[in-house]
Design a protein around this ligand. Sequence first.
Ligand code: IVH
Length: 668
Amino acid sequence: METKERIEWLRAELHRHNYNYYVLNTPEIDDRAFDRMMEELQRLEAEHPEMYDANSPTQRVGSDLNREFVQVPHKYPMLSLSNTYNKAEVADFYERVRTGLEGEPFEICCEMKYDGLSISLMYENGRLVRAVTRGDGVQGDDVTENVKTIRCIPLCLTPGTSYPADFEIRGEILMPWTSFEELNREREANEEPLFANPRNAASGTLKSKSSVVVARRKLDAYLYYLLGEEVPCDGHYENLQAARSWGFKISEGMRKATTLQEIFDFIDFWDGERKRLPVATDGIVLKVNSQRQQRALGFTAKSPRWAIAYKFQAEQAATQLRAVTFQVGRTGTVTPVANMDPVLLAGTVVKRATLHNADVMEQLDLHIGDKVLVEKGGEIIPKIVGVDKEARGADLGEKVRFVTHCPECGAPLVRYEGEAAWYCPNESACPTQIKGRIEHYISRRAMNIDSLGPETVDEYYRRGLIRNVADLYDIQVQQINGDGSREKSARKVVASIAASTEVPFERVVFALGIRFVGEIAAKALARNFKSIDALASATVEELSAVGGIGQVIARSVVDYFARPENRELIERLKAHGVRMELSEDELSAHSDRLAGQTVVISGVFARHSRDEYKAMIEKHGGKNAGSISAKTSFVLAGANMGPAKLEKARKLAVRILSEDEFLAMIEM
Ligand code: IVH
């Protein structure tokens, strides 16, 4: 065999074995034989660079190149589904479909709702050309290189099958439970923060800058939506069966239903059976099967009228309450935590649950020894949802009461008007708050000083090296390297603290840890006020005029800057070179986000007036237009957008954005 033919043969064989192994679960050859073929192909490709192919099976091993993701627009917006939580709501949906289709018979395709992150895959002439995340629904991140490492996603479709030349297929990327648990075990050993659930783990993995990391973390994918001008059938179910024959992993559990009872049976069956699946699911998706009927039913601004999600009840378990402890957060909030007898819930042992605040705790009327009902939803942190009062006996313990003093520093707690939380007001001396603020400041999403962690913060605090975040910048190598044995790591710590002065202003605003100012609010504040001095002198009115900033955040910002110790802290950070204003680049980026785009506004809005939206569009470099045409970039749609406009937008394939989507887009 000629080298060229050998390479092509190896590629075809490896694609086929991949498919047998990862999609069909029926390998024909063992791992060693597979590896030998892969090694041979790698060697031949290295010797013959002219034979390079971006979709060769060797490209699945990943590359260590660092890359930023490029944002690409979706051809069709990636909408979400509206949720239902009980059978009555499902019956309502069924009725709406029936009326919408004016009595015409219809089928409903029932499928699993996979709990991962959605992905859109583009294929041209049988080859994967692009993979894009949902992003804001209008545009997402190009994650093609990372997706290529996911073994069950075909790089080349099965030869000889009749796939269209050009199509898009959407689905969900998932981390199987076993990989998730293994990953968290590894992270625990490395003292890295754990992923809360497989969805976050899959998302974190897919956004990794190194495809080697992605390749190692065994992701899985199910595809559930075929789109394109030339899909084979009118039926959604039939299209997916065809897609299976082209090489895609399609759930075996899909069923078509023609009555409401069949839908309910499907729901009941999978509510139990899903626990045996290797990946997380959080419900059922119901879709009108015929695409012609789907088009007749159409979309609202947010979701299709032809589909709906039914969410499963979170799992619950009963156990006994042993004690309630109180945790102090970095802003002084005191959170009650229930400590219970260990109980198995949704596959993990649970022994602690948050009680949120004094009101929630009071409402439950908890007594030590109570039999409590714990629930775990999509998150890993469980909560107590009820107490079995019937089960109380003579040996019932005392009623649980909220503490009156800070369990860490002893200060009497305070409660501010209109707030649910109790606070320790001893901001400047409560050690837990001081350390908590520093931990927040160094965290990855804030200043990202990754050579420090909670243990080092605790140590430096005990040794008196740090009392606030500005002290970090005064630390000397000799101070850390007391006995001379830690020279190398001490230098690393000092260097990474110094490097944090490069962190952009918006993250500095977040890092300050102003109560209620999360990442999104920090971004909005930084973008609007542009410098710390302008932010520090803003009034409650000026602050709350910013989109996304309400009265509570505004007041908290004013309170923060009213405190002399905070102003002094900021002056010290400034002197150390920490960024306290937007850079030139960031300033100019703000104004041309919509450059070249023509926008039509339609409907009524909840968050801003139409005039405000018009002004925003212009401020970001876009143009307002009165009617929809082929030149329209997108429609900003509020409630009650006229049906004629909607129809026209759809005909011309113009994107429709809700106000939330629009605001997210310009504040990105
Ligand atoms: S269909 C227009 N099918 O749920 C129809 N979505 O809230 C769009 N999802 O963003 C989606 N399993 O990430 C569809 N079998 C399934 C699904 C599914 C999970 C996710 C998807 C979507 C979200 C909708």
